[in-house]
Design a protein around this ligand. Structure first.
Ligand SMILES: C[S@@+](CC[C@H](N)C(=O)[O-])C[C@H]1O[C@@H](n2cnc3c(N)ncnc32)[C@H](O)[C@@H]1O
Length: 266
């Protein structure tokens, strides 16, 4: 997420409750427009130079990692480096939730090598088309992009070694369902490493109802403690925060937002 989540200056739509279908339509519309090049970023905030430094630090990709990506794979939509912290090994099967244009899938594909396999799942057709064309141009034969909802994964149970996700789960209306699905598809001993946006303090109801802010990774952010409880409630053990980067410029009187990278074991 190169420009960070949406700023407080966005217009609040208080007339609508966050219905699951509205959220998904708003999210899909936003990311389809980004994939088509009609929008430059997921968010409309204006961070300062030091804010941008924090966002880049949260992202965490090295120059060498960026150099190995097909052009157009990194649209600057992430908020951490779940792949770099996932301890990927040759031969593993990796699943990326909300794969976008494929950035983390391609990084993972190099690490698991030809004996491993990477599956990216995304619900937005335009993003899937972009990711598939990037895979073809980059010559990736160990990556497959599947259309699907991360609340109902198109993946067999107990077939995956590592699940990664970069700035996506905050966009899903039912986070408990997402983590239940992650638990289902992982093999015993499998690990999930997620970078996501969380809130520190409660997000007001009028912000929660704003579909533009859902799509901009603000309104759907869970409070940090609720996020960790949701992961544990799905059955995961050894839940550990690997990195936390506050987005100070988005602090309001009642809440702040932060990028969190966490790891948990099935
Ligand atoms: C902020 S972008 C992040 C993309 C990618 N992970 C990256 O770092 O570049 C969010 C992506 O998640 C997808 N997405 C959002 N909600 C989803 C859901 N419920 N199921 C599947 N994909 C979803 C969007 O279509 C979009 O491609």
């Amino acid at each position: 997420m190169s420009a960070g989540p949406e700023s407080e200056s966005s217009i609040v739509n208080e007339s609508k409750a966050p219905d699951e279908k509205d959220v998904k339509a708003a999210v899909e519309g936003r990311y389809a427009a980004i994939a088509r090049g009609q929008l430059k970023s997921c968010c409309s905030s204006t961070p300062s130079a030091s804010d941008l430094y924090n966002i880049a630090t949260a992202q965490g990709y090295t120059a060498a990692e960026r150099a190995e990506l097909p052009e157009g794979a990194d649209l600057g939509l992430g908020c951490g480096d779940p792949t770099g912290t996932a301890d990927l090994q040759p031969g593993q099967t990796v699943l990326d939730l909300g794969s976008g244009a494929g950035v983390d899938c391609f990084l993972a594909a190099r690490r698991v090598g030809p004996s491993g396999f990477v599956i990216g799942v995304d619900m937005t057709d335009e993003m899937l088309a972009k990711a598939r064309s990037n895979a073809q141009r980059g010559g990736f034969t160990n990556v497959e992009f599947r259309e699907g909802d991360i609340e109902n994964l198109p993946v067999e149970s107990a077939t995956v070694d590592r699940v990664i996700s970069n700035c996506v789960i905050n966009l899903a209306p039912d986070k408990a369902r997402v983590f239940a699905e992650v638990y289902r598809v992982l093999r015993a001993g499998g690990v999930v490493t997620v970078s996501d946006i969380v809130s520190i303090g409660p997000i007001p109801p009028e912000v929660r109802r704003d579909m533009e802010r859902w799509a901009g990774c603000t309104a759907g952010a869970l409070e940090k403690s609720a996020y960790l409880s949701t992961v544990r409630a799905a059955g995961f053990r050894d839940v550990e925060i690997l990195k936390e980067v506050p987005y100070e410029y988005l602090r309001t009187e009642t809440y702040a937002l932060a990028s969190l990278t966490l790891r948990a074991v099935k």
